[in-house]
Design a protein around this ligand. Structure first.
Ligand code: IMP
Length: 179
């Protein structure tokens, strides 16, 4: 197999069915915790789009969808924690219960920045959900992640919204690439 073929065919790491089951479990926990209270669910662009879309379809409470666009000042595979907001929220957060939906927590610096950015707007509460967490890469040790889908080793993963150089977001599974 040539390198080029390997690049375009990630190895399945978490299969589609497993993700589906886990996302449903996370939604059930969120439903239990919030009951029927309105929840503002914030999708961090772009990597969280697929997780966000699947998660909100299993939530039972009234959901307000918001989108937060961010680009990291780091290079593609490492984060500096300094984040540029490229698309801001539409609605005020004051007094709202907020759930931030993040694709993957690596160093945790991005999510940490997002939480601080949102808290300034005086929401009633801020909870966080991350589909993937790389515990060995975590630098923001005080970071509170309320709902974690899967803990994974320090590998670069793609698919289910996650990209490598803007590719692979549409894959229905989480895969690893050998570049
Ligand atoms: P952190 O600030 O180091 O936690 O990085 C978080 C962001 O980096 C995520 O929202 C992703 O956009 C990106 N990222 C980190 N690890 C991966 C990976 O394995 N695959 C794809 N993107 C990643």
């Amino acid at each position: 197999m040539s390198d080029e073929v390997k690049f375009y065919e990630p190895t399945v790491y978490i299969p589609e069915a497993e993700i589906k089951t886990r996302v449903r479990e996370l939604a059930e926990k969120i439903n239990e915790e919030f009951g029927g209270s309105e929840l503002t669910v914030i999708c961090t662009l772009k990597g969280s789009i697929v997780f966000f879309a699947d998660l909100i379809r299993h939530l039972n409470m009234p959901v307000v969808c918001e989108f937060l666009g961010m680009s990291s000042y780091g290079n593609h595979t490492t984060s500096t924690g300094e984040v540029k907001v490229t698309l801001d929220l539409n609605e005020p957060l004051i007094g709202k219960n907020v759930l931030v939906v993040e694709d993957i927590v690596d160093s945790g610096l991005t999510l940490n920045y997002v939480i601080e950015y949102l808290k300034v707007r005086k929401p009633a509460s801020v909870k966080t959900a991350a589909l993937l967490l790389k515990p060995d890469a975590l630098k923001a040790h005080q970071l509170q992640i309320d709902y974690v889908g899967f803990q994974i080793p320090n590998k670069f993963v793609v698919g289910y919204g996650l990209d490598y150089a803007e590719k692979f977001r549409g894959l229905p599974y989480i895969g690893v690439i050998e570049t």
